[in-house]
Design a protein around this ligand. Sequence first.
Ligand code: SF4
Length: 62
Amino acid sequence: MKIIVDFDRCEANGVCVGIAPDMFELDDDDQLTVAEGDVAADRVADAEEAVAQCPKAALRLA
Ligand code: SF4
């Protein structure tokens, strides 16, 4: 399971970073980056929480 970001929707407000800073990061230009590869089994709950809490509905798991 991977995290997919719709960069057309993301407004770089950092909500997901606050929930799971090991999976999401905002750089100095407010560009969101997401950890590559599959979400670890013990991190799926936080990944799902980030998806649910993103105010722009820019995240999904696939
Ligand atoms: S919570 Fe959503 S809008 Fe905010 S930085 Fe993360 S992906 Fe972008």
